[in-house]
Design a binder for this molecule. Structure first.
Ligand code: ZN
Length: 241
């Protein structure tokens, strides 16, 4: 069965719909979401509804819990804080409850999923170096760990206790290897590529691939501006930063 793994949707409905369309064309049957459904974008409710419609297994991101008040947003930048406050006014009680009840990790026999790192997931660390990658590898019992949070797609591989970067797009999972796959961001990529990012994982074929798809960026930008959200949140979408 093919899995579609998405993360950091951040209220960008146009990007989410494009990614779902691309996943369906690729034969994805089951969806997983590594956190941050909301924050930054103008369609937090609609994105939650889509994730529910997909029956996606979903875990908590720092923005999801920032909106519900479960984590402090004191260290969020001003634009992110403004988006959190705006989002709080958009969501229904049920939607707030859904976000608040998300767990920090999810696992099955094929994969484990977390927003930041498996080591102290509640601290929402950014997995950006080999030391943090090693800590997460150490805690893995599955061949692959999917995560997000940095909005930069990246694949790490561990083989015989050595941790390295792998090809950023594609990996064949061999028996003596484990992988950490940062799937990048659906709704606000930050790797200089404006295309929505996501991953497709086929546990039977032992293959994982990071994919990109175009979407109606202008429409998403207009909605952000019309909502009165900070202009920078619209601007950054077209440059992927
Ligand atoms: Zn995020």
């Amino acid at each position: 069965m093919r899995y579609g793994i998405i993360a950091d949707i951040h209220g960008n409905l146009e990007a989410l719909e494009a990614v779902i369309g691309a996943c369906q064309q690729d034969g994805v049957r089951r969806y997983f979401c590594a956190g941050d459904i909301v924050g930054y974008g103008a369609d937090p409710s609609a994105c939650i509804e889509k994730v529910l419609e997909l029956n996606a297994e979903c875990i908590a991101g720092n923005h999801d819990w920032g909106v519900t008040g479960k984590v402090s947003v004191d260290r969020f930048n001003p634009a992110a804080q403004a988006a959190v406050a705006w989002t709080q006014n958009q969501l229904s009680t049920d939607e707030m409850k859904y976000l608040n009840n998300l767990e920090l990790t999810y696992s099955n026999k094929d994969l484990v999923m977390v927003h930041g790192t498996l080591n102290k997931p509640e601290t929402f660390q950014y997995l950006t170096d080999m030391t943090l990658a090693s800590d997460t590898f150490y805690l893995m019992q599955q061949p692959v760990c999917f995560l997000g949070h940095t909005h930069v797609p990246q694949i790490y591989v561990k083989e015989d206790d050595k941790v390295n970067f792998a090809d950023v797009q594609y990996a064949e999972i061999k028996e003596n290897q484990n992988y950490i796959v940062n799937v990048g961001s659906v709704g606000q990529p930050r790797d200089g590529n404006a295309l929505a990012s996501y991953a497709i994982y086929d546990p039977d074929l032992e293959r994982v691939e990071i994919k990109r798809t175009s979407y109606d960026i202008e429409k998403a930008q207009k909605k952000i501006l019309n909502a009165g959200l900070p202009e920078v949140l619209a601007r950054r979408l077209s440059i992927g930063q």
